[in-house]
Design a protein around this ligand. Structure first.
Ligand code: ATP
Ligand code: MG
Length: 363
């Protein structure tokens, strides 16, 4: 049933990556706690998490830039843990534009082929093909300093794919770009990855980037995997409070299961929700995304602030001792801050999690 299980890559598949018990310590601190992860062939997998959670450390171990403290790495079924970078069949792009400033675009892209001593004609053909893939034909003679940030990152990508690696490793390749170029590059990168069908591990701390690009997202926190799942599952069924808060805006409310299919929470009352395996009387956490609720006029809540940002505008509503983020339709006038408002929960829009006891099963 492997076709249905993207997390189970057949170990010998080209491009498939298998990390087993892979971990890295610096001194006494685990930057990456021993973890298992499989990347399927052709998959676009993102490592997402806050600064310092270990994303780059994982990528550097896969690339062979950093020795693991424990565990192994297999690519295409071959154990590469002790192989040097150049024998792992990878292409890599990092956050800062790591182009050679004194070489023109052609030479930058040709670099990996020259190192491999490929024949001259082959180098010319492959560099041109790679530049065509990234939409930069005709830029061969430009120096990196004569390119925009987006163009430089596309040259870096051409350089990474020109050797036809089985695996592409991207460490925040878009983070140095301004918002508009970044959005353009994101769409373009997704299309390129799809066209090449190349297995890709993408590091980002930008949740929108991860949600829009990935087949699966690995959400990390302090060197551990919190959840590994497709974007929709991460957003709609977060496994932990950390994931719920880190990806998207989440309101987490203490709630109690009243009966199968119904929970109650202070200020909200009793609402229908899938109670899954929870039992009557269980104390649970109710996750409500901003778009799970709509404002109604008059009610027990007070509108604290309105944050107009166009399509995804949010307002804050004080309800008892908590403040909730609620989406509102910015095409109609929002009530004034200070107004009394109620909340109507869309049927089936809430999601329950078992209550987390602080630091339980964390040690
Ligand atoms: N060479 C090193 N020596 C000591 N500690 C290190 C070294 N490299 C990384 N670390 C530590 O390991 C942890 C993980 O670092 P890493 O660079 O993997 O984080 P990251 O998730 O990529 O963060 P960011 O989003 O800021 O790039 C951090 O606490 C960092 O300080
Ligand atoms: Mg990093």
């Amino acid at each position: 049933m492997q076709a249905d299980r993207p997390d189970i890559a057949a170990p010998g598949e080209p491009g498939a990556v298998v990390l087993s018990g892979l971990g890295r310590r610096f001194g006494n601190d685990w930057a990456v706690q021993p973890l298992d992860l499989r990347v399927a062939r052709g998959e676009f997998l993102s490592l997402l998490g806050p600064s310092g959670c270990g994303k780059t450390t994982i990528l550097r171990m896969i690339a062979g830039f950093l020795e693991p403290s424990c565990g192994s790495i297999r690519i295409d079924g071959q154990d590469v843990t002790d192989l040097p970078t150049e024998r792992r069949g990878i292409g890599i792009v990092v956050q800062s534009y790591a182009l050679f400033p004194s070489m023109n675009v052609f030479e930058n892209v040709a670099f990996g082929l020259r190192v491999r001593r490929r024949p001259k004609q082959e180098i010319t053909d492959r560099v041109q093909a790679a530049l065509a893939q990234v939409g930069l034909s005709g830029f061969e003679r430009r120096a990196p300093g004569q390119l925009s940030g987006g163009q430089r990152q596309r040259v870096a990508l051409a350089r990474a794919i020109v050797t036809e690696p089985a695996l592409l490793l991207l460490d925040e390749p878009l983070s140095a770009l301004d918002a508009r170029i970044r959005a353009e590059m994101r769409a373009w990168l997704k299309e390129l990855q799809h066209r090449l069908g190349i297995t890709t591990v993408f590091v980002t701390h930008d949740q929108d980037e991860a949600l829009s690009l990935s087949d699966r997202i690995v959400v990390m926190n302090a060197g551990r995997i919190e959840q590994c799942a497709p974007p929709r599952t991460i957003y709609e069924r977060p496994a932990t409070e950390f994931v719920a808060r880190f990806v998207g805006v989440a309101n987490l409310l203490s709630a109690r299961v009243e009966e199968c299919g119904r929970v109650s929470a202070a200020g909200i009352g009793t609402i229908p929700v899938d109670t899954g395996t929870c039992r009557t009387g269980d104390a649970v956490t109710l996750v409500l995304r901003p778009e799970a609720m709509t404002l109604t006029p008059g009610g027990a809540g007070r509108l604290v602030s309105v944050d107009y940002t166009g399509a995804a505008s949010l307002c804050r509503v004080a309800l008892g001792d908590q403040t909730l983020s609620v989406a509102f339709d910015s095409s109609v006038p929002a009530p004034e801050p200070g107004a009394s408002v109620g909340l109507s929960i869309k049927p089936g829009a809430g999601y329950l999690m078992q209550k987390e006891t602080p630091d339980a099963d964390r040690r």
